[in-house]
Write a protein that binds this ligand. Structure first.
Ligand SMILES: [Zn+2]
Length: 294
C-alpha cells in the first residue's frame, strides 16, 4: 500500500494524463481529486467521456426532462467538469448510455489507442477492468478497452495507418483504476484538491437534483420556516457544503485511516508491472558480468 502525498511544485511537468469516464459523473464521484492533483502538479490533462449520458438520471431521484434533454444537459455538465479539473481539452465518444455491453470492443480499443497516441498519454485514470461488484456495462466495457489500448498503443503493427497520419506508438504503463469495490494498492491524499472535487460533483446537475441537492434542501426548509446553519449564506455555498458533508463521507473516512483529511482509493498499476519493460535485474546482471568482446 502506498499513500501518494501532495507534491510541492510541478514535478510532473511535461507528462500527459488521459482521464476516461463512461458518464459525466464517474470521475467526479470517484477520482476527481486525483485528476485535479496530477494536473496541479504539472500534468497536461484530457478528459474522455464514452457515453452520451442519454439515460443519465440520478438513482431513486428521477430526472425531469426527456432523453434528448439528458444528452444536452450532461454534455454541458461534462464540459464544466473538464473546466473545473483544469483539463486542456475533452473528447466525447457518444455511445448510447447503458448500451455499451455490445458495442464493438475492437472499435472502442481503436478509438482509445488513437487518443493515447494523439495526446501522447503517459498516465490513465479510469474504471478498473478487474474489479468486483460492477453492474454498469458502460463502466466495464470502457475499462476493458482502456486496459487493452494502453498496451496495444505502444506496438508498431497495431493500427499502423496512424503512423502514416503522423502519430507514433505510445504505450501507457501508469494506471490509476477506480472501482465500486477496489483492490486498493494506492491511496491518494486529495485534501488540497477537495474544493475542485466538490465543484466537479456540483457540475453534474442534469442527473436529477445532483449537484443542487444543498440549495434544494435549503429552499424546502425555508418553506417550512426552518434553516440549517450548514446551508446558510447562498445557494452555491449550500450546494458545496451539502456535498462536503453528505457525498464525501467515504473519502473522509478513507482519509482518516491514512492520517489525511480526504483521500481517494485506487488499484494502481505501476510502470513495468505488465512486463513490457525489460526486467531491471537483467540490466544489473549485464553491468556486473559483461566483459569486453573478443
Ligand atoms: Zn457511470
Amino acid at each position: 500500500m502506498v499513500l501518494e502525498r501532495s507534491n510541492p511544485g510541478q514535478p510532473h511537468k511535461g507528462r500527459v494524463l488521459l482521464a476516461l469516464q463512461a458518464h459525466s459523473d464517474d470521475i467526479p464521484l470517484s477520482a476527481a481529486g486525483t485528476v485535479a492533483k496530477l494536473i496541479e502538479e504539472g500534468y497536461t490533462g484530457y478528459l474522455v467521456r464514452a457515453s452520451n449520458d442519454d439515460m443519465g438520471d440520478a438513482p431513486g431521484l428521477g430526472t425531469p426532462g426527456t432523453i434528448g434533454e439528458h444528452v444536452l444537459g450532461n454534455e454541458r455538465d461534462n464540459d464544466e467538469v473538464a473546466r473545473v479539473l483544469g483539463c486542456k481539452a475533452h473528447f466525447d465518444l457518444n455511445y448510447s448510455n447503458h448500451r455499451m455491453g455490445d458495442v464493438s470492443l475492437n472499435e472502442l480499443i481503436g478509438r482509445v489507442i488513437f487518443l493515447i497516441r494523439l495526446v501522447k498519454a503517459d498516465t490513465v485514470v479510469g474504471w478498473d477492468p478487474w474489479a468486483h461488484d460492477e453492474e454498469n456495462p458502460d463502466h466495464y466495457t470502457l475499462a476493458k478497452a482502456v486496459e487493452a489500448a494502453c498496451w496495444m498503443a505502444g506496438r508498431a503493427h497495431d493500427y499502423a495507418e496512424h503512423f502514416a497520419a503522423g502519430l507514433q506508438p505510445k504505450a501507457v504503463q501508469d494506471k490509476y483504476y477506480f472501482a465500486r469495490r477496489p483492490e486498493i494498492t494506492r491511496v491518494v491524499d486529495i485534501s488540497k484538491q477537495i474544493d475542485k472535487r466538490v465543484d466537479a460533483i456540483r457540475a453534474n446537475v442534469a442527473k436529477g437534483p445532483g449537484g443542487h441537492c444543498g440549495s434544494r434542501l435549503r429552499a424546502e426548509l425555508a418553506k417550512r420556516n426552518q434553516r440549517l446553519p450548514l446551508l446558510d449564506d447562498d445557494d452555491v455555498t449550500a450546494d458545496r457544503n451539502y456535498i462536503k458533508e453528505f457525498s464525501l463521507t467515504h473519502s473522509r473516512e478513507l482519509g482518516r485511516q491514512y492520517g489525511v483529511e480526504y483521500a481517494e482509493a485506487f488499484h494502481y498499476i505501476a510502470p513495468g508491472a505488465a512486463g513490457a519493460d525489460r526486467d531491471p535485474r537483467i540490466d544489473s546482471y549485464v553491468k556486473e558480468h559483461a566483459v569486453p568482446a573478443k
